[in-house]
Design a protein around this ligand. Structure first.
Ligand code: COA
Length: 351
């Protein structure tokens, strides 16, 4: 039986193409990392093995501090971390998750949101990913949580509830070309002109003061309640975003937030990428808010801005100079039977 056939998801049987190599048996031990401060080890493991694109030329790199922040419990939210060690003690697999209250088509469930699933190259296709998923599921279930959300760009035999294409706004084409993120342009000046920052510099987007976190959570809840998949973010979540270095901005016209992630290119250069994680417009056009976020991200030394056309943002992304990429992200619900919906009906973006 294939792994997903035994799981509470909508399984989509597939015919395996010829040439798929048989699993290589390799011993490992699953380790509960919840009691261990193994973040430095996990950070270097992910830097070596986690990828950002299908060609495997871009690698997302997360700092030890970021992972400690992203995968530690806070307020009433739980977190889970599991590693897999080979016989020589080296880390060969990792999976993490945090507890987030999700609302799917009006039904609210405290769920586990899974992140950072990764297996070392020489241990792939040997059943390690299912073993890590099983260990995580058992631990999550033991706390009374039975639903989960996971996202991936990989092709897996499970029906996604939604699929979105990544869009990308170049902020600094010179750095991106030098780092090999873009092919060397024939004419850099033409490229720079095509991706210039908004010509009329918009008013600065004020950084969110912690004292306004509760009010911002309420405004986000009101705005996002029209979408089919969303998180019920509360004041403690927003405070935590700010304390973790997420850039959150708010004024009367709307709320915007992005997270900053480093990407290592094939040429071993590092670029800074902003990922949109929230946009709530109160009466102003979403592209205006996007333009203000773009300017803030460029000022904060981000070289590129990624966003998904969620929350009906498709047109606004185009108007703000974002271009569609080849990368897609699919959203999967675990143990939560649900008909698929459009990516624009999603209001949940994660790091
Ligand atoms: C994704 C990855 C962890 C899979 O590991 P693997 O060793 O090749 O997978 P295994 O052979 O152990 O298990 C394969 C099973 O896990 C499932 N699986 C693979 N990738 C998955 C993912 N990202 N999420 C959930 N399940 C996944 C497969 O569907 C397969 O089940 P099937 O046999 O029923 O089809 C590994 O390729 C990897 O580390 N890639 C780089 C990091 C990455 O892209 N992570 C995903 C980002 S969310």
């Amino acid at each position: 039986m294939v792994f997903w056939d035994s799981q509470p998801v909508v399984y989509r049987p597939r015919t395996l193409q010829g040439g798929v190599s048989p699993p290589v048996p390799r011993p490992w031990t699953i380790v509960d990392f919840n009691g261990e401060d193994a973040f430095a080890e996990v950070a270097s493991f992910l830097e070596e093995n986690y990828v950002a694109d299908r060609s495997e030329s871009l690698r997302l790199t997360y700092s030890e501090e970021f992972l400690r922040w992203a995968l530690s419990p806070y307020a009433t939210r739980r977190a889970w971390r599991f590693g897999a060690r080979a016989d020589d003690g080296s880390l060969v697999g990792f999976i993490g998750a945090t507890e987030i209250p999700l609302v799917v088509c009006g039904d609210r469930e405290n769920s586990a949101v899974v992140n950072f699933l990764c297996v070392r190259d020489d241990h792939r296709r040997a059943g390690l990913a299912p073993a890590l998923i099983a260990a995580l599921t058992k631990a999550v279930n033991a706390t009374g949580i039975f639903t989960a959300l996971f996202t991936t760009s990989m092709d897996i035999p499970v029906e996604p509830v939604a699929t979105c294409r990544y869009w990308c706004r170049l902020l600094d084409p010179t750095v991106l070309a030098e780092a090999g993120f873009l092919p060397q342009p024939r004419d850099l000046e033409v490229l720079r002109a095509a991706h210039a920052l908004p010509s009329v510099t918009p008013e600065r987007f004020p950084a969110l003061a912690p004292s306004l976190a509760g009010a911002v959570a309420e405004r986000m809840e009101r705005w996002s309640s029209r979408f089919a998949l969303r998180a019920a973010w509360g004041k403690e979540d927003i405070l935590r975003w700010i304390s973790g270095g997420v850039s959150v901005f708010a004024d009367g016209s709307g709320i915007g937030a992005y997270n900053r992630v480093s990407i290592r290119t094939a040429g071993k250069r590092t670029i800074n990428a902003a990922y949109l994680i929230a946009l709530t417009s109160d009466g102003c056009a979403p592209q205006e808010l996007l333009n203000r976020l773009i300017v803030e991200a460029a000022r904060a030394d981000c070289h590129v801005f990624f966003a998904l056309p969620v929350m009906s943002l498709g047109d606004a992304l185009g108007c703000a100079g974002f271009l569609p990429t080849n990368a897609r992200l699919s959203y999967y619900l675990f143990n939560w039977p649900q008909k698929a919906f459009c990516g624009q009906d999603v209001a949940f973006m994660h790091w």
